[in-house]
Design a protein around this ligand. Structure first.
Ligand code: ZN
Length: 327
């Protein structure tokens, strides 16, 4: 495995001898590729992606989902390999019946090889369930200045709270279900780049939300954009903002539910959680954090400019192609 610091290759034996460190620069290794399904270089590349090479703030969840995308690709490859091997097995089986001889041995060998992708697939699925612990371990050894922590979020939102509200546009607003999504957007200056204040559905940031909400509601043409998880809590959030008079209920405001909703599944397939609801039906949820930061900023910016939900955005390719989502 290659060291992320000096690029030198270390074998498993080298790593064992040097106490899990690179024997050239002593930087600590975090992963065991066989155990974790990922190398240190793969995680480093995921960090570069979610931080857009160190230009955007990201959350632990953003990194976890980026690593899940990598493991999902491996699972897909295993599935393809399995299909190919099954076809080979069936062909050999037919020949074994007709010609016998060596084909019988070959059929048995090909049956045994079916186990390889099956076992690998099961392993990668286990690796996905262990990603939260791996991400924590990674960030202890390799801290990142753009990782959003409670302290950094606080400092970044304080900057917004002390800004003069008279300088802010009240033509549109983005309201997020989760406070950490608000932190993400404010830290990455989304409100500034898209002239769009960002608020949390729980009344966040506390110091400014009431004043801001009052000013927004004074504009009858204000456009309200909602962003939430695809989950029961996300649906309840969207309903509350639309119907609660404390928010935008009871009057005719333009409210656009950006997502995530059930009909937008193409945006988040393979990245969902399954749970069993009260009626014992299996349902799926998907979190906003599954999008890589640049992609979310590009998608959100394009959706707000076009005034449509995520799945109807047409200019997103152009918006998300910018390295940090700002085009
Ligand atoms: Zn090294």
């Amino acid at each position: 495995m290659k060291c992320i610091d000096c690029g030198k290759d270390s074998s498993k034996k080298d790593r064992a001898v040097s106490g899990g460190r690179c024997n050239s620069c002593y930087h600590a290794f975090v992963t065991d590729p066989l155990e974790d399904g990922l190398t240190d270089i793969a995680i480093k590349s995921a960090v570069d992606t979610v931080s857009s090479n160190g230009t955007l703030y990201f959350s632990k969840d953003n990194l976890r989902y980026q690593l899940q995308r990598k493991l999902n690709k491996k699972i897909k490859l295993c599935s393809i390999a399995l299909v190919v091997l099954v076809v080979i097995f069936i062909v050999l089986l037919v020949f074994a019946f007709i010609a016998r001889g060596a084909f019988v041995v070959l059929t048995l060998v090909s049956a045994a090889t079916l186990l390889v992708p099956l076992v690998a697939k099961a392993r990668f699925k286990t690796n996905i369930s262990k990603l939260p612990a791996l991400v924590d371990k990674w960030l202890v050894v390799n801290p990142h200045e753009k990782l959003l922590t409670a302290e950094k979020s606080q400092a970044n939102t304080d900057g917004v709270s002390t800004a003069n509200l008279d300088d802010i546009s009240f033509d549109r607003v983005l309201i997020c279900e989760r406070d950490e999504t608000v932190d993400f957007f404010l830290s990455n200056l989304f409100h500034f780049h898209y002239s769009c204040p960002v608020l949390g559905g729980s009344g966040y940031p506390k110091d400014i939300y009431e004043d801001m909400l009052r000013r927004l509601k004074q504009n009858p043409n204000v456009k309200v954009f909602l962003l939430h998880d695809h989950s029961p809590a996300g649906i309840a959030f969207a309903r509350r903002i639309k119907t609660d008079p404390k928010w935008f209920g009871g009057q005719r405001y333009t409210i656009v539910d950006l997502g995530l909703n059930g009909e937008q599944k193409k945006l988040f397939k393979d990245m969902t959680f399954r749970f069993v609801d009260r009626n014992k039906k299996v349902k799926e949820t998907a979190e906003v954090a599954l999008f890589a930061p640049a992609a979310l900023i590009g998608l959100c910016g394009a959706a707000i400019n076009e005034g449509v939900p995520f799945d109807l955005v047409t200019s997103v390719a152009a918006a998300a192609s910018g390295s940090n989502g700002y085009g």
